[in-house]
Design a protein around this ligand. Sequence first.
Ligand SMILES: NC(=O)c1ccc[n+]([C@@H]2O[C@H](COP(=O)([O-])OP(=O)(O)OC[C@H]3O[C@@H](n4cnc5c(N)ncnc54)[C@H](OP(=O)(O)O)[C@@H]3O)[C@@H](O)[C@H]2O)c1
Length: 350
Amino acid sequence: MPSARKDPVVGVVGATGLVGRELVELIKRRRLRVGELKCFSSGRTRAFVSFHGRRLAAPAPSERALADCDLIFLVSSDEVARMYAPALAGRGVWVIDDSAAFRLDPKVPLVIPEVNADALRLDRRLIAGPNCTLTGLAVAGAALHRALGVREVRVASYQAVSGAGKAALGELFSQSRALAHMGLRADGRAPILREGSCLVLPRAIAFNAVPQIGRFGSDGYSGEETKVAAELRKIWSAPNLKISVTAVRVPTIRAHAMAAWLTLAQPLSPARARALMSKTRGLTLHASGSYPTPRSAGGKMGVFAGRLRQGTGPRELALWIVSDNLLKGAALNSVQTAEVLLKKGWLKHR
Ligand SMILES: NC(=O)c1ccc[n+]([C@@H]2O[C@H](COP(=O)([O-])OP(=O)(O)OC[C@H]3O[C@@H](n4cnc5c(N)ncnc54)[C@H](OP(=O)(O)O)[C@@H]3O)[C@@H](O)[C@H]2O)c1
């Protein structure tokens, strides 16, 4: 492990999950300065994580083991984050939490480094990473919002199953296996599938599209739709932004896609919008006629956008955005946040 004793001790809680495994890999690939890496899981089975060729045990966390760390990535659940994050941050440990538990807490910076690294504070040790759907939208629209002001956003998302964790992905695979040999019916007609049984997601996901991510509120919006709206307002510092989201789970494995319509304060041509957006770090803008897909963006760093065009009037732009929910939507964003803390000299071995 290329590290020095004076480098920070880093913990990953949820290291055996979909986001956690990507995070450990990124720590290695991006050569994050790590004196020692400690991995944790639920402890329900004897789990291991490989790091620089070593097999690290990933037991259940304890407050004592976590308090020895200088930085903890929490990639587990809202409950686990609530259990550990505030106390650890209070003891001076940097905590970067990918759950939804603290994202809207006004005392907790909600950070996408390319968009609002200035929200980080030396005395705010608990930092939240944003919702994975929101990340692509917040990065793709940041330059337009900064230059002209975005007044209204409408979005329809097409969200990968990995966004719901490894158990949901298992459900997609087992349902798909069961249907793999299906062909046309004996009479040549297309098969008709009924809603099948499911445990993790609200409806069978294989060969389906499910417009429910989270519970519905009394306003008719799902938990995911409400989160995307509230978090975008916080990250863009735009409390009056109007936003309407339809979040749909589709049977892709990784990378969330979305169709978005942005209404600006002033008219803007697609050509000028392209010029503004091309300066955004971490955003790859496809040439007209070309576009990203969950397959092309899966496993890639950053955010990809295409099909940029005029919307219903001179102030509206329409575009297509795709980014890997496990990377820029979670693990990569968290590692980039840690890199900012290191660069500022705030994250040190205590
Ligand atoms: N998936 C995404 O695209 C995405 C994007 C943004 C944010 N997030 C957030 O990131 C977090 C992890 O998501 P995920 O998709 O990686 O979930 P996941 O695949 O279900 O993994 C969950 C991880 O948490 C661990 N865990 C469960 N209970 C625990 C406990 N009591 N104490 C310690 N660890 C425990 C699991 O350990 P075992 O292996 O032992 O079960 C596993 O390592 C969630 O908060 C999620 O909301 C996910």
